[in-house]
Design a protein around this ligand. Structure first.
Ligand code: GDP
Length: 200
């Protein structure tokens, strides 16, 4: 499954500025440096659709892309920048949360997790908040090519065990690499199927 057309629509400072909610929408979020831009570029077959995030100030916008004239892909700002003040971090998380709570066409939010690292509290808290608000989400583990198959399996099992301490069941989970395209087809199929079901 391939994306044929991917176009940038606009960058918005708040949910109020986002494009009209006329297409099913899929949001991508994660800690800065998780590999979000690389994943979006690989999913959409475009080398630099999403800009790799060099500086925190430049990335705190909600970026909308329209894919195959059919659905929105939303690149949400990366969280967890150590260099940003606590106040600024809070207000920007508020902006993201307002978007997630109010965007009527949002089908699912993909939470990206770097598969090399132990579970981080800000990711876990964010997913707890999504659950509490009943906002559907799926997990995409990124950078799978950086681990051996054994290590990859072990890290995912550890992460899932950690999630099951708080959750009765796991969300849909994908394992991906922007470098060798692992998981890309599965994610696109998943979106395609959801697009069919929201149409029906
Ligand atoms: P963002 O800040 O979440 O948008 O992350 P980027 O996409 O800018 O990626 C951060 C760093 O991780 C860059 O140096 C990328 O080259 C690297 N990276 C991203 N995805 C992958 C991947 O799937 N495999 C490997 N090996 N490196 C990756």
């Amino acid at each position: 499954m391939l994306v044929r057309k991917a176009e940038f629509i606009k960058s918005s400072k708040s949910h109020a500025e986002c494009p009209p909610p006329k297409k099913p929408e899929y949001a991508f979020i994660g800690r800065s440096n998780v590999g979000k831009s690389s994943l979006i570029n690989t999913l959409t077959n475009k080398k630099s659709l999403a800009k790799t995030s060099a500086r925190p100030g430049k990335t705190q916008l909600i970026n909308h892309f329209v894919i195959d004239d059919n659905w929105y892909l939303t690149d949400l700002p990366g969280y967890g920048w150590a260099r940003v003040s606590r106040d600024k971090r809070m207000s920007f998380m508020d902006m993201i949360k307002t978007y997630l709570e109010t965007r009527p066409n949002l089908v699912i939010t993909f939470v990206l997790i770097d598969v090399r690292h132990n579970a981080q509290s800000n990711d876990l808290e964010f997913m707890q908040w999504l659950g509490f608000k009943q906002i559907p989400f799926a997990i995409i583990f990124t950078k799978a090519d950086k681990l051996s198959p054994t290590q990859l399996e072990a890290n995912i099992a550890t992460y899932e065990a950690k999630l099951l301490e708080d959750w009765a069941e796991l969300p849909p989970t994908f394992v991906s690499s922007a470098h060798n395209r692992m998981g890309i087809d599965s994610i696109l199929h998943y979106i395609h199927n959801l697009n069919q079901s929201v149409k029906d």
